[in-house]
Design a protein around this ligand. Structure first.
Ligand code: MN
Length: 228
C-alpha cells in the first residue's frame, strides 16, 4: 500500500563491539527511584510508590554528541540513568521472569526542563513538555547481557565540565530492574525494542550552553554530550 507521507523510521541504538543495532519502539522512564534523589526533590522516598512516564521514540540521541539547548526553558537539568533495552516483552511479567526480557543495558541522560516540570506539578498537568522534548534522551551504545550477568551493583556517575555532580550505585535503586519491568508490564504490554530509563541518583542540576557532560556506569561504558 502506498503511504501518503514518508514512513517514519525508528531510531536505532548501536550495540557495543558489533555493527548491529537495536531499533527503539517506546521509551519509559521511572521517576524518583533513588531515595537520595527523591529527598532532594522534596519527596518522602518511603511513601512513594513507583511511577513512570514516557518520552517519544524519536527523542533518542544515539551516542550523544552535540545537543542544542532546548527552547522554552531556563533550567535544563541532567539526570544520568541506567537504561534497560528489552529483547522481549509481555503483560503482567512476574518479577522472577523479568530479567529474561532484557537484551542489554546502556547509559542514558533523562534531560529535563525542570522549570516546566515544576509548573506542571503545581498545576497538576502532564510532564510531556518537561520530559519529552526533542533530543531529550541521549544514550550510549548498548552492552548485551552476557552469561546472565546483570548490573545488580555498579557505580553510576556524571560530571559537568570535569566536576563530578552525581555518583551513586545502581544497587541503590528503590525498585530494581526486575521490579520496574514487572510494574510497567502491569499497566501496558512491553515489547522488543522498548527502553526503560530507571531513575537517577542525587545531584541533579542545571546545564548551560557550552557545558560538556560526561557520565558512565561501571561495566557499561560512558556517554558524553555537549549542549550547544
Ligand atoms: Mn529521570
Amino acid at each position: 500500500m502506498e503511504s501518503v507521507i514518508p514512513v517514519p523510521v525508528p531510531p536505532v541504538v548501536p550495540i557495543h563491539g558489533t555493527a548491529a543495532v537495536f531499533p527503539v519502539r517506546r521509551i519509559y522512564c521511572i521517576g524518583r527511584n533513588y531515595a537520595d534523589h527523591a529527598r532532594e526533590m522534596g519527596m518522602d522516598p518511603n511513601r512513594e510508590p513507583p511511577f513512570f512516564f514516557g518520552k517519544p521514540q524519536d527523542t533518542v540521541v544515539p551516542r550523544g554528541g552535540d545537543i542544542p539547548y532546548p527552547p522554552c526553558t531556563s533550567n535544563l537539568h541532567y539526570e544520568v540513568e541506567l537504561v534497560v533495552a528489552l529483547r522481549k516483552g509481555g503483560r503482567d511479567i512476574p518479577v522472577a521472569e523479568a530479567l529474561d526480557c532484557v537484551f542489554g543495558y546502556a547509559v542514558g541522560i533523562d534531560l529535563t526542563r525542570r522549570d516546566l516540570q515544576a509548573r506542571a506539578k503545581d498545576k497538576g498537568q502532564p510532564w510531556d513538555t518537561a520530559k519529552g522534548f526533542d533530543q531529550s534522551a541521549p544514550i550510549s551504545p548498548i552492552t548485551p547481557v552476557s552469561a546472565g550477568q546483570h548490573p545488580h551493583s555498579a557505580a553510576i556517575w556524571l560530571s559537568v565540565n570535569g566536576t563530578e555532580k552525581q555518583r551513586g550505585d545502581v544497587a541503590q535503586m528503590t525498585w530494581n530492574v526486575a521490579e520496574v519491568i514487572a510494574h510497567i508490564s502491569s499497566f501496558v504490554a512491553l515489547a522488543p525494542g522498548d527502553l526503560i530509563f530507571t531513575g537517577t541518583p542525587a545531584g541533579v542540576g542545571p546545564i548551560v550552553r557550552g557545558d560538556l557532560i560526561r557520565c558512565g556506569i561501571e561495566g557499561l561504558g560512558e556517554l558524553e554530550i555537549r549542549v550547544v
